[in-house]
Structure formats: structure tokens, C-alpha cells
Design a protein around this ligand. Structure first.
Ligand code: SF4
Length: 369
């Protein structure tokens, strides 16, 4: 296959097929991929602004029946160190978040068998009552599938009830690799590929903003990475016009430290900086209908994140106060608001503080965060 032809096709925003994607991923020189991806970044986000935000990650509970083999964070029901976050703790954490200038909570897992939909509804309602300007970026497709089965409701009904209670946007959590072969090994109890996609399809119909993710670098093949990206692109292409759909795509590498995948199956993370840059560039090239590509500075660190900004990415995400899941498996690149902006400037861009919908916000944060 002629690489030049594929570059031209990509630059004209013509969707590439699986074989074309595999060819680019496998054979294109990295500097050429970066060049094309960077040009496409300018098509989708002209100018020099790189987005970043302040939010806080709070884990609703660490009890999870799923026991994914890459997760060090979860505990089984009845574990001594199992917890469900109390209202008092939320208040302390949200007060801290507001003091630092942020107003969004990323509320994540696990799937605790003792918590039903009324728990989430009551929690969202009470947090919104206490903090009317709070934004809740919460749960993810696996939790929606789980709640739908538990409550015998449709995905639409579960999402609608949660939106009514205060859910503002749905993270693309639990996508890992959208291949049932891979999912049977890394997260066998979690939503299947079709279930994950169907939840997102319903969220898009309800115009609930969502993100798309990928956790790669474990047992998947290059073909499966490409299929994952094309499944996201195909779903985005059928979202109702003018609805948010997937606002962004974020890929991060598997963190292997202490995981069952490493200890029991000897699977190490295949992460390398050059491969991450290739992954970011390919995401920009294949996802021709998703506007924002975010680099995961928390997992890849400062230098590779800076390079990602020249490879198709236009966002560095959040300073993520109190992230617990990937940090539990070795990801420890923490930056405060000041450092985040300096990194963006050092890479040659203008920091643009934004909200979860990727709208720029003007208020200046407490930069000593
Ligand atoms: S990754 Fe999420 S769903 Fe999987 S075991 Fe951990 S907390 Fe549960």
C-alpha cells in the first residue's frame, strides 16, 4: 500500500479502513505520522491553545466484583480495607477542590454489589444540593450495564435517571480494548464490547457528553488497537447531529506494577515513548470525527506528553487531584496547576484552562495547587 496515498486520504478526512490503519501503524515512519497528525490537529483545533483543567478524582468505593486483572485498586466484598466514601468525606474533598479553583468531580468505580441505583441517585442529588455549581463526570459504561441488569432497566432509563439526579457527563471508563478476546482475559466480568458501545450509543442519543478511552499495551494486537479506534469512529458517525457524542479520546498505557496480569500471567506493559507517540498520531489520523485527542500526562510523564502535543494531541487533561486506580499500578506523574501550564508553554503552546465540555474558562485557579 502506498503510504503517500494514505496520508493524502487522511488529510482529506476520508475514513481509513482497518487494513489501511494497520499499514500506517506498522510501516509509516514515526516522523511522517507525527507530521500528518499535527496537520490534522490544526484542522480540528486551529491555533496554538492546549487544553487543561482542574478536577478531582474520588472513588465512590473500592469494593468491586469485577476483579479486572490489571487493577490493584479493587477489594472484594467483606475485605477489611473495603470502603464506601461517606458524605462527610465528599464534603471535605469538594471543599478542597473548590479552594483550588476546580468544580468537577470524576467519580469512579468499583462495582459494589451492595450499591443500587437509588444510592447513586441520592448521592448525586445531595451533592448537587450542597454544591449547585458542581459538575459530575461519573461512572462509565460498565457501571451502567451493571445497574441496568440489577434494576431490570434499559440503558436509556438508567442514564436518564442518573442525568435527572445530576450526572453531567459520562467517562469512557472500562473500554480497555474493545475486543471480546482481550476482555475475556483482562476484565471478564465487565461489560462486553457490544454492551460498552450500546451504552455510549444511548448516552449520545440523550446528548450526554462522553469521552472515549483505550488502555493498551498488554495482550492486544496492533489489529485490535486499530479495530478499537474504528469502532469508536463508527459509533461517533451515527450520533445525532449537534449532539456531543465523544468529546475526546484518551489513550493510556497499561501500568503493570503488582497487577495479576504481571504476577500470574507474566504480562508486562509493552509501553515505550515512541509507541505512545505512534498511538497518539494514529488516534488523530483514524478518529477523523472526534475533535479532541488528550495525552495522558499522568501515565506517560512530562517529556512524552510534550511530544504528544506535536503529534496530534491538543490537550493534557486534568491535574487530577487524588487519582487512585492507575497510581496503584505505578503511574506517578503528578503536576500542579502551575506546572501543567509551564509544561504546555515549554512545549510551545498557550495553556487554555477548560471545563469537561472542552469550553475555555477564564477564572484563574489557585496555581499553588
Ligand atoms: S478496573 Fe474498575 S471495574 Fe475493574 S476491578 Fe478495578 S475498579 Fe473494578
Amino acid at each position: 500500500m502506498d503510504l503517500e496515498q494514505l496520508y493524502l486520504k487522511a488529510l482529506r478526512l476520508v475514513p481509513l479502513n482497518k487494513e489501511e490503519g494497520i499499514t500506517l501503524y506498522t510501516y509509516a515512519p514515526i516522523e511522517e505520522l507525527m507530521f500528518i497528525a499535527n496537520k490534522l490537529r490544526q484542522v480540528h483545533n486551529p491555533g496554538n491553545i492546549v487544553g487543561w483543567m482542574i478536577d478531582r478524582n474520588v472513588n465512590l468505593t473500592n469494593i468491586c466484583f469485577s476483579q479486572c486483572t490489571f487493577c490493584n485498586f479493587c477489594r472484594k466484598k467483606g475485605s477489611e480495607d473495603g470502603y464506601v466514601t461517606s458524605t462527610k468525606d465528599y464534603i471535605t474533598k469538594i471543599d478542597e477542590l473548590y479552594l483550588l479553583g476546580g468544580n468537577q468531580l470524576l467519580l469512579q468505580g468499583g462495582m459494589n454489589p451492595d450499591l443500587d441505583i437509588s444510592f447513586y441517585i441520592d448521592l448525586f442529588k445531595s451533592l448537587k444540593k450542597l454544591y449547585p455549581s458542581l459538575k459530575l463526570h461519573a461512572l462509565g459504561p460498565p457501571e451502567i450495564v451493571y445497574l441496568a441488569k440489577k434494576e431490570r432497566l434499559s440503558y436509556e432509563d438508567v442514564l436518564f435517571k442518573l442525568m435527572e439526579a445530576g450526572l453531567d457527563s459520562l467517562p469512557g471508563a472500562g473500554a480497555e480494548i474493545l475486543s471480546d478476546r482481550v476482555r475475556k482475559i483482562v476484565s471478564p466480568a465487565k461489560a462486553t464490547t457490544a454492551e460498552w458501545l450500546n451504552v455510549m450509543k444511548e448516552a449520545h442519543k440523550l446528548n450526554l457528553p462522553t469521552s472515549a478511552t483505550m488502555m493498551y499495551g498488554h495482550i492486544e494486537t496492533i489489529e485490535e488497537r486499530i479495530e478499537h479506534l474504528l469502532l469508536l469512529r463508527d459509533l461517533q458517525s451515527v450520533k445525532p447531529e449537534n449532539h456531543y457524542g465523544f468529546i475526546t479520546f484518551i489513550a493510556w498505557p497499561f501500568q503493570d506494577e503488582g497487577t495479576v496480569l504481571l504476577k500470574k500471567h507474566g504480562i508486562r506493559s509493552s509501553y515505550s515513548g515512541p509507541d505512545y507517540i505512534r498511538m497518539i498520531s494514529m488516534s488523530r489520523i483514524l478518529l477523523n470525527n472526534i475533535r479532541n485527542i488528550q495525552a495522558s500526562i499522568l501515565t506517560v510523564g512530562r517529556e512524552i506528553a510534550m511530544l504528544s502535543l506535536h503529534s496530534g494531541s491538543n490537550d493534557l487533561g486534568s491535574i487530577m487531584i487524588e487519582e487512585n486506580v492507575v497510581s496503584a499500578a505505578g503511574a506517578n506523574n503528578r503536576f500542579n496547576a502551575n506546572e501543567m501550564q509551564l509544561i504546555i508553554k515549554e512545549a510551545g503552546f498557550i495553556p487554555g484552562r477548560r471545563n469537561q465540555k472542552y469550553e475555555l474558562v477564564n477564572s484563574s485557579p489557585n496555581t499553588s495547587v
